[in-house]
Design a protein around this ligand. Sequence first.
Ligand code: NOJ
Length: 765
Amino acid sequence: MSRYRSLSVSFFLFAIVTVHGTSAARADEVTALASKEASVEQRVDQIIKKLTLDEKLGQFTQMWGGVKQDINPEQAALQRNDLEGQVRSGMIGSFLGIQSAARANELQRIAVEESHAGIPLILANDVIHGFRTIFPIPLAEAASFDPDAVRLSARISAIEAGAVGTHWTFAPMVDIARDPRWGRVAEGSGEDPYLGSVMAKARVEGFQGTDLTAKDTILACAKHFVAYGGAEGGRDYNAVDISLATLHNVYLPPFHAAVDAGVGSLMSGFNSLNGIPCTANQMILHDVLRDRWSFDGFVVSDWSSATEMVTHGFAKDDADAARQALLAGIDMDMSSFSFRTHLGKALEIGLISMDDIDRNLARVLRAKLRLGLFDQPYVDPEVEARVILCKEHRAAARDVARRSIVLLRNENSTLPIANTAKRIAVIGPLVSAKKDALGTWSVFGKPEDVVSVEEAMRARAGESIDVKFARGCGVLEDDRSGFDEAKKLAAESDYVVLVLGESEDLSGEAHSRSMLGLPGIQLDLAKEIIGLDKPTAVVLMAGRPLSVPWLAENADAMLMAWHLGVETGNAITDVLFGAYNPGGKMPITTPRNVGQVPIYYAHENTGRPPTDERYTSKYIDVPWTPLYPFGYGKSYTTFSFADLNVNGTEFATDATIEASVALTNTGKVAGDEVVQVYTRDMVATLTRPVRELKRFKRVHLQPGETKTVDFKIAVSELGFFDNNGQYRVEPGTFKLWIGADSEATLGAEFEVVPVAAKAMTKVAD
Ligand code: NOJ
């Protein structure tokens, strides 16, 4: 990827400096101090000493720098002038929403050359699943169970975003979500802390690369710290009330993984956690993040989450909110302006000290230095045209999209479409979807870049297949006037593909749903078409798992195709026609109906686990099992698991377990299986989940091929956090299973013993 790195940056920099000259001698002084030779820490100290209080507060301030859409040119010019004036007077340390290299360079020039302090801006954007080359939504990418694919997606996002001068992305979103009603479930990696941790690490590595000063890498931001996904009722922004053990065992691990992977920043959540808003939560921002994890990056608040603490009823006014946020460990204030407005006064009356300010300021400056912004503040505008949506990026997006598709059902090998199918009807509200195919948070994506299912099917069908399209109905509308045409088309065909699901605006921020079925009258349409008894494959496009029990029983085949980005149509068509054999797995449990929520595989056993007995933990009107379990997904081939081997029956707490299984492709085509390892701590001082994912590997096998798939798990990874936040590995009996999903049956049992006991057994041996 380094081939993308601009060689002409220094020339470009020289040109800019020559044209504009240097203004403030003071800016020169600061820049000189920030010379390459000095260590980052020395440079931070030296810069801080030179700054006025207002300049310091400016560095804490982030504002939106995009151009408002609903204003006339004069108003736009005024807005630009206002922004530039604020930069010139050192009131701004960061923008979000700058969309072009030219504008990035212009603002940067004003900051570096015209502001008194000359500190470069750090420019942020929400690059969540691609910049212009939009990849699948993060939940879909997690379904690939393929960290290499996810790393590549983040890498390409960084190359494109870096090319327009973005230094920092508000991603990865690493919130664990066990309630699919929550609209933001689309932005994360699903319900599991281990899968979430693996994906968090891959994304941080992809965004940040190995050299943060390179223009094709960007600083990552793990968000939303923390437990934002635990919102009560799945209602966005809602309160979160969980035990400390749940916080540590479920919600914190992906953040810890991101920190271990070197993530440069975190964003605090909008939510309150056990009564304390995350933006002023000392326990998480200080005790966990700084003390335990030794995080030395910086923390940004979410959009106005500082002043929203007044609405929470936690701060008495904006000034109180700013003080509390600063002291808890917020280093940059996104768009509330409360830091720069109120912290001067707080200092004056002794509510905070200059040390408090300088401590947080140092974290912001450190990030700017680590990004190399003092040495190379500008971006070469020529790179943009070369890399954005280039052929290689599109090819990668297509491959990641195919890898993210999950085959949920396939009766009578309905998929792939046999080459005997000569008249195919493609029906449904999302057949021609472009904007909706991009998915939520695709800020820089353009609908016209998307290959829709219709376009890809037309291209694939060529002369030999007669393929016809009908919308049938809208995603949400209740107009049935298109049903007849759709039915006629289906009746005249020998194969039907139904493309159903959610538009992109049914998931994402502030887009939680109270129902999890197909929206609108789509199920009615599906029932009428499937009633015609043609071989029918359903393609579900959605930002969350959908509760579709009728389809799960009556459609011949069903694909979970999420919102897959610019290559949606090509990826889906590759899978429909068998050019690609799907191997994705569900990263989140699919409930049968919304009443089962929350439902997740790593639940506790209870004293009365569900059975057919009356007084057990279940519902009287729906089975206790999910529609599709976590980790579930089929393939066009079949796999068998055999010879589960664990290298012992007794392991000391400092030992490493080696487990293996023989995986065979027992079908007729090559394919991928995700081999998953689960464990259970049978008896502990806190009741433990019935299963916990510990490892997985996506393995490719030719027909008839067998591979031994092995795993190493340190016994120390089998522990858990108690309600004091203490990590414990408790001796006792454990079970382990290896298989194709969270209901794997091939298992083994072993004992964990204290190190001393194991040593004594050895002596006795
Ligand atoms: C609010 C969202 O919660 C956050 O995820 C996003 O990064 C910011 N807005 C900035 O757009």
